[in-house]
Ligand binder design. Structure first.
Ligand code: GLA
Length: 388
């Protein structure tokens, strides 16, 4: 892909690219909606991702082009105009990165040209946005020889989501895309940012990614609403106990204090955050012990909690996950990412992949009216420079 893009770059900008890079997308094995509650997450970077090329200019103009959004054409602005602009659509992600990098490194005075192309399906909850954020950051890091650590870039990516795009997301997506290691998942404690690499090996089982192919709608506002509900539940609990985040509580401790939350919706949101955090710790142990059956059961329990307590699944994701759970050879299935639409994952025996696809497609077509898609991809390393 990068070789073809290299030639296209030259035609588009009349100059050769100086640096090329790749940033992966991600799945989350388990630990959903825990990363803004001081809990654990267990994501892995995937081989689907975003490729990019950059060249330095002598003026202060930034030009951005995406092969995924050809209809938006070439998007241009100067380094003095780094504000969110609705008309700039996808380019707001790189623009946010440019803005915060420029604040940190005022010596970025030259503009640049960037060409990107991704093979992560859009709106599939596989983090195409964090992928383009980290890709942009890495291209500029290499282009301007910035002394920028992976963790600093990860935090800038999260800042773009929170402050530039207005989504109060946690750090999971940027962290795994920045830190990922081939064939490993990362068990990350979002309270401390301590983490462990865990081999993402499931014996005779593989992870199948199943896409609802549903267009996402109002995801950002519902996401922010969930986060606010958790904060409100936390404030209620703090009347009696001295905690900074829901992730500090065990399920048993929660039961003792849950009467303080007098709103049923907030109580269920908090219960999800706390039980999900426990499931994630159990899943980590199960995977370390190659106990795939237990791992699968935890995936199912996670989906049920996201459906009933957190209410972020919806008919499409439920149909995918719950149908997959019934297929012979499947140990477990759940939605992955923010929810509402996007993808689910299933832990399936390698000999049962076809059966999974056939049975899930049939049921999904009957219930929803169109087909889902399936992907089987390897676990990738994090953002990296490519040689051209
Ligand atoms: C999105 C956010 C993450 C995380 C997940 C849900 O992907 O960007 O920070 O909260 O949703 O687990």
């Amino acid at each position: 892909m990068i070789q073809t893009m290299y030639k296209q770059f030259e035609q588009l900008f009349d100059v050769q690219a100086d640096v090329a890079a790749f940033a992966p997308g991600r799945i989350n094995l388990i630990g959903e909606h825990t990363d803004y509650n001081g809990g654990y997450v267990f994501p892995a970077a995937i081989e689907l991702g975003t490729y990019g090329l950059v060249s330095k200019r002598s003026d202060d103009i930034v030009q951005l082009y995406s092969n995924n959004f050809e209809d938006k054409g070439l998007i241009s602005f100067s380094l003095d105009e780094l504000e969110f602009n609705h008309a700039h659509d996808w380019a707001n992600y790189p623009k946010g990165i440019i803005k915060y990098l420029k604040e940190k490194y005022p010596n970025i005075t030259n503009g640049f040209n960037i060409l990107v192309e991704g093979n992560i399906p859009n709106g599939a909850s596989l983090s195409s946005s964090a992928s383009i954020e980290l890709l942009t950051g890495w291209l500029l890091r290499q282009l301007f020889n910035l002394e920028l650590s992976r963790l600093e870039l990860i935090k800038i990516g999260q800042q773009v989501e929170n402050e530039f795009m207005g989504v109060n997301s946690g750090i999971m997506d940027q962290f795994i895309i920045g830190m990922g290691k081939a064939e490993h998942a990362i068990m990350l404690d979002t309270a401390t940012l301590n983490y462990d690499f865990v081999p993402a090996k499931f014996g005779d089982y593989v992870i199948s990614i199943m896409n609802t192919n549903k267009r996402r709608n109002l995801t950002e506002s519902k996401y922010n609403e969930r986060r606010a509900e958790c904060e409100s539940a936390l404030a209620a609990l703090k009347q009696e106990i001295n905690i900074e985040a829901l992730g500090e509580l065990s399920t048993d401790q929660f039961k003792v204090h849950q009467h303080l939350i007098n709103n049923d919706v907030e109580l269920r949101r908090a219960r999800h955050a706390i039980t999900e955090n426990e499931r994630t710790k159990e899943a980590f142990k199960a995977l370390e012990q190659s106990d795939f059956a237990t791992f699968g059961k935890l995936l199912n329990a996670s989906h049920a909690s996201l459906k009933n307590d957190y209410e972020v699944t919806g008919k499409e994701l439920d149909t995918l996950a719950e149908t997959a759970q019934q297929v012979e050879g499947v140990l477990g299935a759940r939605m992955t990412g923010a929810g509402f639409a996007g993808c689910a994952i299933a832990l399936v025996h390698k000999d049962s992949i076809k059966q999974l696809e056939t049975e899930v497609s049939k049921k999904y077509q009957d219930e929803i009216g169109y087909l889902p898609s399936f992907y089987h991809v390897g676990i990738s390393e994090g953002v990296k420079e490519l040689t051209i």
